[in-house]
Design a protein. Structure first.
Length: 101
């Protein structure tokens, strides 16, 4: 059982060297850190909105039950996503640590 894959271009050595040069200059590390920090800030803001919605529910000040439930669900989902990202990053780190040079 063989499959034929067409129109896949292999990168040239010059392209790979350009990418290596960009990574060595440190352009990728800071960008990743900034994206991660931004994502954490968004999750934190979502958690705060959820806490406010729960507090409003507890005190009876909720205006729209549906909006409160959506805020809580959104916070839960964003936290689960962030935990999965953390788990994948940790497993990648451990795999790199096991790599023998």
């Amino acid at each position: 059982m063989s499959t034929i894959i067409n129109n896949i271009a292999t990168p040239s050595t010059a392209d790979l060297l350009k990418q290596k040069g960009a990574v060595e200059k440190g352009g990728g590390g800071e960008a990743f850190a900034e994206h991660l920090k931004s994502a954490l800030n968004e999750v934190n803001a979502t958690q705060k909105e959820s806490e406010k919605a729960v507090a409003d529910l507890a005190t009876g000040q909720v205006k729209d039950l549906h909006q409160a439930a959506l805020a809580i669900g959104k916070a839960e989902l964003s936290m689960k996503l962030m935990l999965e990202i953390r788990n994948k990053a940790l497993s990648a780190y451990k795999e790199i640590g096991r790599t023998q040079l």
